[in-house]
Design a protein around this ligand. Structure first.
Ligand code: F1P
Length: 341
């Protein structure tokens, strides 16, 4: 996180410098929509990015799996800014989506980790996330850094559109706090290891979150599947009552991601519904949750940045679940470093 922030923040003017963005102020003001494309973890950071861009720059934004986008003959709109996200920069579905967009005359930026990769070369400009090489196959530190890069991009767009100058100061101060807070979360690893042992024999795991919590729930469930092969589902918390509640039983625990926002009461009501069906609950929150069987407490930051911090203990949970089940975490089955077909 230090690396993605380094040299990019000017505290005096609460502005952000994104050298390679290649989007001048006039072009940035003309953006009417933002559409973010990526696969797997990259798609999930896109969901976080879309929320940050809506919150901090007030531009309508959404994210879609690049693998879907490329197959559906999408309408390409000249006032939409397209952003491709990829750790490796080589994922074929994302590259194909970029090429399709370029063919149709769209402006496409990249939020990419590997410098000089195919997606970095094909896009018109963008932000490198400087996470360094992902030593394991799954995306972990790159997930965190990409979310930070999106916070910087959202601040930049907001500032150009003069919408979030006051917010900018607050978010910048929050970003500066992140490295130490992440270190604090990592110091809690022993506790997470014990929790992983406790939940490792689950038949299946449910991950839920509302708004800021939802992309984190999706990512945490993907991490668990990728490295431990435990079946997991992720749902927006309000969708539970539209069917999936039927799955809740003691052998199917729920991981609930609970940012300290104005949805916390609503989230607590969902926990009650799960308890009423004898479901076990592991919460990730800023304070102990009395409805939960266990809570992983993470430090408080600006609520917009909660998805960044809350993802980290759940990456550790997936890691220790995989170890508890004797999986080879460095060689997860059926997963390539970059998916090129
Ligand atoms: C996308 C991705 C990763 C996943 C695995 C397979 O990669 O789905 O999120 O962990 O490595 O590929 P990328 O486009 O971000 O390199």
């Amino acid at each position: 996180v230090d690396r993605v922030l380094r040299g990019r923040i000017d505290d005096r003017f609460s502005t952000v410098r994104l050298g390679g963005l290649n989007l001048d102020a006039r072009e940035a003001r003309g953006v009417r929509r933002v559409k973010i494309l990526g696969c797997g973890s990259a798609y999930h950071t896109g969901l976080i990015g879309a929320q940050l861009i809506e919150e901090l720059a007030r531009i309508p934004a959404d994210a879609e799996p690049a693998s879907e986008f490329r197959y559906r003959n999408p309408v390409v709109d000249p006032d939409t800014l397209y952003i491709a996200v990829s750790q490796s920069g080589e994922t074929y579905d994302t590259l194909a989506a970029v090429q399709e967009l370029k063919r149709k005359g769209a402006r496409v930026l990249g939020v990419v980790n590997v410098v000089g990769s195919a997606i970095a070369r094909e896009t018109d400009g963008g932000v490198y996330v400087h996470a360094g090489p992902e030593v394991c196959v799954v995306s972990t530190k790159c997930f965190t850094n990409t979310a930070v890069a999106f916070a910087l991009l959202a601040l930049h767009l907001g500032r150009i559109r003069d919408l979030s100058v006051a917010d900018g100061k607050r978010i910048i101060a929050g970003l500066r706090k992140l490295p130490e807070q992440i270190a604090e979360v990592l110091r809690g690893e022993e506790e997470i290891k014990k929790l992983a042992a406790e939940y490792a024999n689950a038949k299946s795991m449910m991950f839920i979150g509302r708004v800021r919590g939802y992309p984190v729930a999706r990512e945490a469930s993907l991490k668990l599947k990728e490295v431990s092969y435990v079946h997991a589902e992720a749902y927006p918390a309000s969708e539970l009552k539209h069917g999936p509640l039927a799955l809740i039983e003691p052998e199917v625990p729920t991981v609930a991601v609970l940012p300290d926002d104005d949805l916390l009461e609503k989230n607590r009501a969902t926990l009650e519904e799960i308890k009423a069906r004898s479901g076990r609950i592991l919460a990730v929150a800023h304070q102990e949750q009395e409805k939960a069987d266990h809570t992983i407490v993470v430090p408080r930051n600006e609520v917009e940045l909660d998805p960044i911090l809350m993802g980290i203990p759940l990456q550790l949970l997936a890691y220790h679940t995989a170890l508890a089940l004797g999986r080879d975490i460095d060689k997860p089955r059926n997963l390539a470093k970059s998916v090129t077909v």
